[in-house]
Design a protein around this ligand. Structure first.
Ligand code: AMP
Length: 290
């Protein structure tokens, strides 16, 4: 464990389960509201916004940095995942969190550990679930384990990964975990591009082209006042097909069941889009009906 005090904030770092648990015992008074922000590192302003929200609404904020192998369906993606530990700590010192935990693989998955498993039903058969089989089982496995280790009162997840938030809320309900899931708005740059560590791989030209996602979502929100979901979806597909991006899918879904909407709207209907700029897979979504 090390204590660091530069700029404004002290951030305690822990690199093993033992260090982490000793720190928790020492630093966190009984009855504190513990806020957890799980991440895979390579932190950017999107992650920072989650940490800020956590700070405002919890007494003790834990950030975990763990690149979880079980949620990757492409091994190249896993081995190429950026590792920027020092920069991550610097960013957290600027924002201020209480404890950052970099667990080792054995801390998360000791030999005797078994995830109980969960049937996610349709949540795992549509969009990211359908295209990346096993991904959400891996996400549930790691988040369940992080919950076991950190005992959070609240856990903060970005709506940028909208389907992930739905899956985690389902898991919490399924296992009746006493944890409040706090969905946090997507952070965007000043032009509307959703922040992501993948944006580093975009050329300046591709960054401009990628704005078509935000434009499509915003136009769909206006169209949703007067058209059916199917009509809005067709226009959105057309808009992206006219651009240089390669469309993977556009769906308009019920925000809880993720069922596709066709003729009728429901409250808080969500449009989810995935498209490629070159070989960079971009994901975005927006609530298009109140
Ligand atoms: P990751 O490190 O990619 O696993 O992301 C960790 C958390 O940060 C997840 O809950 C993401 O949804 C969230 N996140 C990533 N990018 C953004 C963003 N642009 N705005 C808000 N949350 C984000």
């Amino acid at each position: 464990m090390s204590l660091t005090n530069t700029n404004k904030h002290i951030v305690i770092t822990a690199y093993s389960r033992e260090e982490f648990q000793t720190t928790l015992k020492k630093q966190v008074p009984v009855g504190s509201i513990i806020g957890l922000v799980p991440t895979m590192g390579a932190l950017h302003e999107g992650h920072a916004s989650l940490v800020r929200t956590a700070k405002q609404t919890s007494d003790f904020v834990i950030v975990t940095v763990f690149v979880n192998p079980t949620q990757f369906t492409n091994l190249d993606d896993l081995s190429n995942y950026p590792k920027t530990e020092e920069k991550d700590i610097e960013l957290l010192k600027k924002i201020g969190c209480d404890l950052v935990f970099f667990p080792k693989i054995n801390d998360i998955y000791p030999d005797d550990y078994q995830f109980p498993g969960i049937d996610l039903g349709f949540l795992d058969q549509t969009m990211e679930g359908e295209l990346r089989p096993g991904h959400f089982q891996g996400v549930c496995q790691v988040v369940y384990r992080l919950f076991q280790l950190t005992h959070p009162t609240k856990a903060y997840f970005g709506l940028k990964d909208f389907q992930q938030v739905s899956v985690i809320q389902f898991m919490v309900d399924y296992f009746q975990l006493p944890i409040k899931i706090i969905p946090c708005e997507t952070s965007r740059n000043n032009k509307g591009l959703a922040l992501s560590s993948r944006n580093l791989r975009l050329t300046e030209e591709q960054k401009k082209e990628a704005l078509v996602l935000y434009k499509t979502l915003s136009e769909s929100k206006s169209n949703a006042i007067k058209l059916t979901p199917s009509e809005v979806k067709s226009l959105a597909e057309e808009c992206i097909r006219k651009s240089t991006l390669k469309l993977e899918y556009v769906e308009i879904v019920n925000p809880i069941t993720l069922e596709n909407l066709t003729n009728e709207w429901c409250a808080h209907a969500r449009m989810c889009i995935v498209a490629y700029a070159g070989d960079v897979r971009l994901i975005d979504n927006m609530e298009i009906r109140e």
